[in-house]
Design a protein around this ligand. Structure first.
Ligand code: KPL
Length: 325
C-alpha cells in the first residue's frame, strides 16, 4: 500500500446493501477506519453482531461489530467533517439523501465516489459537494445479501473510476492515488478509466440488458446465458440502449456489447442481480435510472426505445403489485 504519510484513511460507506457490504468486508481487511451509514435492521445487526461474509472461495469470514462505526439518520457531531473518502453505494433513489450525509461527514479536501447503478449520480454529488471533490464510478463486482448482516461475494469484477473534471480531480491527485491504493489493497480491483461517460454508459448497457429481465423472470444471471431466448432479449435491449448512447456522442467503438455481456453473465452467473434482490425484498428498484433514463434520453433525441420502455413498464408493474399486495 502507498505510504499516506503514516495517516490512516477514514472511509465512509454510505448505503450498505450488497455492494456496500462487500466493500465494507474487503476494506475491513486493510488498515482503513470505517464508518457505515445504513438503515434499519441491517444496521442494527452490523452494529451488534458484525458482518458474515462469504468470500469467492466459499469461506465464511466474520468481521466483528467493533471493526466499524455504524450510524443512521442524523449525523452525530463528532462525525462531522471527519472522513477522507465517501463511497456512495446506496440505491439510485437515495442519492440526494446520501449526498447530504456525505457533505456533513467529509473533510474539506475529502473525495466522494458513487459506485451506484444508473446515470446522473455523480452530477448530483457534484451539485452538493463541488467539482473538485467528486469522481464518477461504478462496479461490476457481484454480491448478494443473505439475512441481515450477511453477504456473499458472487462474482469478481472491478471498481472503475474516472474524473468528471480532470483539471479538478485527476488520476495524479494524491487523494485519488490513496483511494486506488486502498481499494487495491482490499482486493477490490480498482481500475482508472479515461472517460466518465463511456464508463457509466458501459455499465448502464450491462444493467439494462441483465437486471430487468432477470428480475421479471426471477432468474440468476447465468440463466440469461443458458436460455437462448432470454440471451437474445438481453442483447437486443442492450443494443437499443447503445443507439441512445451513440446519439449522445458516447464512443462505443471499443466496447464489444456481446463479448461484455457474456463476460459479465459468466462472471456473475450465480448472482441474483440487484434488481431481482430488490423485487424479492419488496423494495423500489433502480429501473427509473436504468431503462427509465434510456427511454427519457431516447425521447429527447427522437430515438424509439420500445424494448427499454416495455421493461420499464413491467418492472414498474411488479413494484406496484408488491406495494398493493
Ligand atoms: O451490476 C449488477 C447488478 O446486479 O446490479 C450486475 C453486474 C449485473 C451483477 O449482478
Amino acid at each position: 500500500m502507498r505510504d499516506c504519510g503514516g495517516l490512516i484513511l477514514r472511509i465512509a460507506i454510505l448505503g450498505v446493501g450488497s455492494i456496500g457490504s462487500l466493500i465494507a468486508a474487503q476494506l475491513a481487511k486493510t488498515d482503513a477506519d470505517l464508518l457505515l451509514y445504513t438503515r434499519g435492521a441491517n444496521g442494527e445487526v452490523l452494529a451488534t453482531n458484525g458482518l458474515l461474509f462469504t468470500n469467492l472461495d466459499g469461506e465464511i469470514e466474520h468481521f466483528p461489530a467493533d471493526r466499524w462505526v455504524v450510524f443512521e439518520g442524523e449525523i452525530p457531531e463528532p462525525l462531522f467533517s471527519c472522513v477522507d473518502v465517501a463511497i456512495i453505494c446506496g440505491k439510485s433513489n437515495s442519492t440526494a439523501t446520501l449526498a447530504a450525509v456525505a457533505e456533513e461527514m467529509m473533510r474539506p479536501n475529502a473525495i466522494a465516489i458513487s459506485v451506484q447503478n444508473g446515470l446522473g449520480h455523480s452530477e448530483r454529488l457534484v451539485g452538493r459537494l463541488g467539482r473538485h471533490r467528486v469522481l464518477a464510478g461504478c462496479t461490476t463486482h457481484g454480491a448478494m445479501r443473505g439475512g441481515y448482516g450477511e453477504v456473499t461475494w458472487t462474482g469478481r469484477g472491478a471498481i472503475r473510476m474516472a474524473s468528471l473534471f480532470e483539471s479538478e480531480l485527476g488520476p495524479g491527485d494524491s487523494r485519488v492515488m490513496d483511494l486506488i491504493d486502498i481499494l487495491d489493497d482490499a482486493g477490490l480491483d480498482p481500475e482508472w478509466e479515461f472517460d466518465a461517460d463511456e464508463m457509466l454508459w458501459h455499465k448502464l448497457l450491462l444493467n439494462v440488458a441483465i437486471n430487468p429481465l432477470a428480475a421479471i423472470c426471477g432468474v440468476r444471471n447465468g440463466e440469461l446465458l443458458a436460455q437462448p431466448e432470454l440471451h437474445e432479449q438481453a442483447f437486443s435491449t442492450m443494443l437499443e440502449a447503445a443507439q441512445v448512447a451513440s446519439a449522445e456522442g458516447v464512443d462505443l467503438s471499443d466496447f464489444d456489447c456481446l463479448a461484455e455481456l457474456n463476460r459479465v453473465l459468466e462472471a456473475t452467473a450465480a448472482n441474483r442481480c440487484s434488481m431481482l434482490q430488490d423485487v424479492m425484498a419488496g423494495r423500489v428498484t433502480e429501473i427509473d435510472s436504468l431503462c427509465g433514463e434510456v427511454v427519457r434520453r431516447g425521447e429527447e433525441l427522437g430515438i424509439a426505445t420500445p424494448l427499454n420502455q416495455q421493461l420499464l413498464t413491467l418492472v414498474k408493474g411488479i413494484e406496484h403489485s408488491t406495494k398493493t399486495g
